[in-house]
Structure formats: structure tokens, C-alpha cells
Design a protein around this ligand. Structure first.
Ligand code: MSP
Length: 505
């Protein structure tokens, strides 16, 4: 059985979870569910980044100990994931011993190998970014809270790995996706890479993992955080488990944290003699109109508000359907409602109602026998047979929005088929016509079931409901063959869980 290991960034625990966090986690969840449905053994990891200056400052502001602060705040993320029906296999917190011990191991390995050295460094430091920045970056003016600092610190010999990293990126086209981001990183690597400052003096920051070779320092928060991807799966403790999952199939993230993942992380791994992840995937931002959603701009859409008004699954659907991976996407309530009404209420929901109501009315709610299929039926069957394979290949190529389109396309095809057949008219004619209307409706219900199954990873709960309405609740969710919903099946109660949304003008 193939294994599939997918990760999200671990989120800063002092932030209010917003659409950016929700999107990356949902994306991982949908990919994980699709891969489970393809028969892969899946490990899906998410978690929280709990050390560093921002957390320390928030704790001081609230007048509590940092540990108490993170313990209270982590719950917001855990609750949101529950609410969004995220099926993660593990949740790692960087304050857990299973993680901090591994960070210490990694530091020891690098120290013993001579990959880390101490040096006096004078430079500009951005407090908000928690890192030293170059003079050029100071001039660019994108950083806030800049101080000039002179202090002893520890540095990782990142510059030694520049050539090997470039070579790896060039020979592994799938290492950084999408291609535009890969080119950006290759462009960034044209300039000489500096060594990476991996420590912070405790006099400035005490909330972190102490360096094993100097108790006056804590570990730079990014080295600490990145290590979660291996600490969580047993690196350096449970080798069998680690070998099973590593290297990760996908590290998912927003484009703003691509450099740390595609430069710092692989060079650290190379230095420690650990294999590199297979793919680092950066998605775009959700914009509000044309502007990035950010807390400081105050235009953040809280996914919880939408979920409270319209339910989890429609929100999952919208976020997956309307972002082309790698590009930015514009979020609006209007866009959400339009997408919902056209795909879910009209194309999908009406179809469910139409087919089930006719079967209930004319066949006592029992799927009628099918007669012989004619050319029109066989054409529809051919489309339904090809859909799962197309969806599979699109998912493997991370084209989730296109995979969804294929499924909605199948519903549209089914609607056209019914318009052509008009079973609502023919069922009332003679006996022969009733038999042919029965064939049409049984086939329609079966193909509707296939389409529903294909959308299950995106909308698990409402699809379960639809499968139950179709009498398909006991069928194998991942068997997409035509003909599994047999004549004689008794339909369930209820109607489509996608009623039209009317927004008052
Ligand atoms: N703690 C680090 C990650 C460490 S991983 C080893 C971090 N945390 S974060 O909480 O700031 O992460 C936020 C995630 O949400 C990032 O992937 C970021 O790109 C993403 N987004 C933040 N705003 C976003 C949008 N408006 N739209 C989509 N995603 C965006 O960075």
C-alpha cells in the first residue's frame, strides 16, 4: 500500500485562526481524504508553533506565563479543526517534549558535525519578523520594528549548501510547486546565500528551546518549528515509523513562508543527513477584493462566521472550488452564494430531488428494474465511467478545482440526459414507457451516487446524507463502478441538503 504523508504549517498559536489558516488545513484534509479514497495509507499532520517572541510578548501583555498562554490559545485551533471536520492523524505542539527533545537532537547533530559556529554579528533586526534583515531589506521598507543589534549568536553554515540545493531543485521539478514559485526560489538563490542565525540570547528572548551547547541561548523559532515535520513521526526515536512516512509527500503552505521551507529546511536536512521532502507546495492568498486579508488591515473573514450561517460543507466546497492552486483568489460573500446556488443548489441538489421524488412517486421509493440500455444510456455510462479516473489524475496533479468541475460536469450531463428522456412525462404513459422511465431513473440514481462519492472528500457530511437518501449508505464509498446501486434498493428519507440561498437585496 502506498503511503501519503501531508503536512500543514504549524500555526502561530497567538493568532486568531482565520481563512488563511483554515484554507491550508482544509486543503490538506481534502487531499488526505482523496488519497485515503484511492487506497493510500495516509498520515496528515497539523499543529501549532508555540515558541518565540510574539508568543512571549502576548503572554506578557496578558500577564500570564507563556505556557499558560499557549495552553489556552491552542484550543481555538483544535476547536476550529473539529468544527471544519478536519480529520488529522496527529496534532503537534512545539512545546511538547516529543518535539523539544528532537530539536535538541538535531542541534546536537549539527553542532557535532561542525555545521554550527558562534560569531559576533552586527546587523539590522526586525522584531516583527523575528530575524536579522539585510540593508537592502531595510531600504525596501517592508519591515517594521527595526533595531540595530550587535551580539554573539550561533550560525548554521547554510551557505555551504547553496550549490547542492540549486542542483536538487533543478533535477527535481516537483520539489517546489507551482513552477512560478520554483523559479522565484531559483532567482533568490542566484545571490549568495548567507549563513543562518539559529539562536537568540535569553536576555532578549527566554521563551524557546535552550541550545544544548550554550544555556544562555534559545533556538531560533523557525529551526524549532520546521523540525515538527520529522519530530512528529518518530525521527531519531522510532526509526521504523519514521522510515514509513518520511520523506513527506507534501508540505503545504501559503506563498509567504516558501523561503523558510524551500531554503532553510532542505539545507538543514542536508546538513543533518536526512532526505528532503518530495514536494513543497505554496498556495496563493485569499484576497478580499484585491487586497490580502490580514489582521492589521482588519479585513479578515472569519470562516467560522460563514460556517455558522451556511454550514461547513458549502464553505469547504467554495474554498476548494474557487482557488486555483498556486494563484491568489478573491473571496466574497457574493461569490460564495453564486457558486453555492449554481453548483450545489441547482446542478446537484435539484438533481437529487428530481430523481428521488420521481422514484418515490411512481415506484414507491424503490429503485425500478433496468431494461436494456440504448445509445443515450450507454453514452452517459461512458462519461460516468471515465469521471473517476479523470478525478484521480487531477487530484494527483493538485488540480482540485478541476477535479470538482469534472464531477459537476457529470451532474450537468445527467441533467441533460433527464431533459432528453423526460421520465416525468413518459412514466405516465403506457406500461412499456413506464419500464423505460424506470431504467432512466435507476441509471440516474446510480450515476448520481458516483458523482456524490467523488465529492465526498470535499463535503463528507452532506454527501453522507445524500448517499443515505439514495439508499447507498452501505455501499463501498471508494468503489466507483457503474451499477452498484441495484434495482430493489429502498430510497432513504429526506431531500437535498443544499437549499437555495436567498440574499435579501
Ligand atoms: N508558524 C509559521 C509556520 C511555521 S511552519 C514550520 C506561520 N504561521 S502562521 O500562523 O502565520 O501561518 C499562517 C498560514 O496561513 C501560512 O501558510 C500563510 O501563508 C497562510 N495565510 C495567511 N494569510 C493568508 C491568506 N489571506 N490566504 C491564504 N493563506 C494565507 O507562518
Amino acid at each position: 500500500m502506498a503511503t501519503f504523508y501531508v503536512t500543514t504549517p504549524i500555526y502561530y498559536v497567538n493568532d486568531e485562526p482565520h481563512i488563511g489558516h483554515a484554507y491550508t488545513t482544509l486543503l490538506a484534509d481534502v487531499l488526505a481524504r482523496y488519497h485515503r479514497s484511492l487506497g493510500d495509507e495516509v498520515h496528515f499532520l497539523t499543529g501549532t508553533d508555540e515558541h518565540g517572541q510574539k508568543v512571549q510578548e502576548s503572554a506578557i501583555k496578558r500577564n500570564v506565563q507563556p505556557q499558560q498562554h499557549v495552553d489556552e490559545y491552542v484550543v481555538r485551533f483544535q476547536e476550529l479543526w473539529k468544527k471544519l471536520h478536519i480529520q488529522n492523524d496527529d496534532f503537534i505542539r512545539t512545546t511538547e517534549k516529543r518535539h523539544t527533545d528532537r530539536v535538541v537532537d538535531l542541534l546536537n547533530i549539527l553542532w557535532e558535525k561542525g555545521e554550527i559556529y558562534a560569531a559576533e554579528y552586527e546587523g539590522y533586526y526586525s522584531v516583527s519578523e523575528e530575524r536579522f534583515i539585510t540593508e537592502k531589506e531595510v531600504e525596501d521598507g517592508n519591515f517594521r520594528e527595526i533595531k540595530k543589534l550587535k551580539e554573539k549568536n550561533y550560525f548554521f553554515r547554510m551557505s555551504n549548501y547553496q550549490e547542492t540545493l540549486i542542483e536538487h531543485i533543478k533535477t527535481h521539478p516537483e520539489f517546489i510547486l507551482p513552477k512560478t514559485r520554483r523559479n522565484e526560489i531559483l532567482g533568490f538563490l542566484e545571490k549568495p546565500l548567507t549563513d543562518l542565525c539559529i539562536s537568540r540570547p535569553k536576555t532578549r528572548l527566554s521563551w524557546g528551546i535552550e541550545l544544548p551547547f550554550d544555556k544562555d541561548y534559545v533556538t531560533y523559532v523557525w529551526l524549532d518549528a520546521l523540525t515538527n515535520y520529522i519530530s512528529a513521526i518518530g525521527w531519531n526515536t522510532d526509526n521504523k515509523r519514521f522510515q514509513k512516512w518520511w520523506p513527506a509527500n507534501y508540505h503545504l503552505m501559503g506563498k509567504d513562508i516558501l523561503t523558510t521551507h524551500s531554503v532553510y529546511w532542505p539545507t538543514l536536512l542536508m546538513a543533518a543527513g536526512i532526505q528532503l521532502p518530495k514536494t513543497i507546495l505554496a498556495h496563493g492568498f485569499w484576497l478580499s477584493g484585491d487586497t490580502k486579508m490580514s489582521k492589521s488591515l482588519g479585513n479578515v473573514v472569519n470562516p467560522l462566521d460563514l460556517v455558522d450561517s451556511y454550514g461547513v460543507d458549502p464553505v469547504r466546497y467554495y474554498l476548494m472550488r474557487d482557488m486555483v492552486l498556486g494563484h491568489d483568489a478573491s473571496f466574497s460573500l457574493d461569490g460564495f452564494v453564486r457558486r453555492y446556488n449554481s453548483d450545489l443548489a441547482n446542478d446537484f441538489g435539484n438533481l437529487v430531488n428530481r430523481v428521488t421524488i420521481l422514484i418515490k412517486k411512481h415506484f414507491s421509493g424503490i429503485l425500478p428494474e433496468t431494461g436494456t440500455f440504448d445509445k443515450t444510456d450507454l453514452e452517459l455510462i461512458a462519461i460516468a465511467k471515465s469521471a473517476p479516473q479523470k478525478v484521480r489524475s487531477l487530484i494527483s496533479n493538485l488540480k482540485i478545482n478541476e477535479a470538482i468541475e469534472i464531477t459537476v460536469g457529470l451532474f450537468r450531463e445527467l441533467n441533460r440526459y433527464l431533459e432528453k428522456r423526460e421520465p416525468w412525462k413518459t412514466v405516465k404513459l403506457d406500461k412499456a414507457h413506464k419500464i423505460s422511465a424506470g431504467t432512466t431513473l435507476s441509471l440516474a440514481a446510480d450515476i448520481l451516487r458516483i458523482g456524490a462519492q467523488l465529492l465526498h472528500p470535499v463535503m463528507p457530511n452532506r454527501i453522507d446524507l445524500i448517499l443515505q437518501i439514495l439508499g447507498a449508505q452501505n455501499l463501498d464509498l471508494v468503489n466507483f463502478s457503474v451499477g452498484l446501486l441495484k434495482p430493489g434498493t429502498v430510497l432513504g428519507e429526506g431531500k437535498s441538503p443544499f437549499p437555495r440561498i436567498e440574499i435579501p437585496k
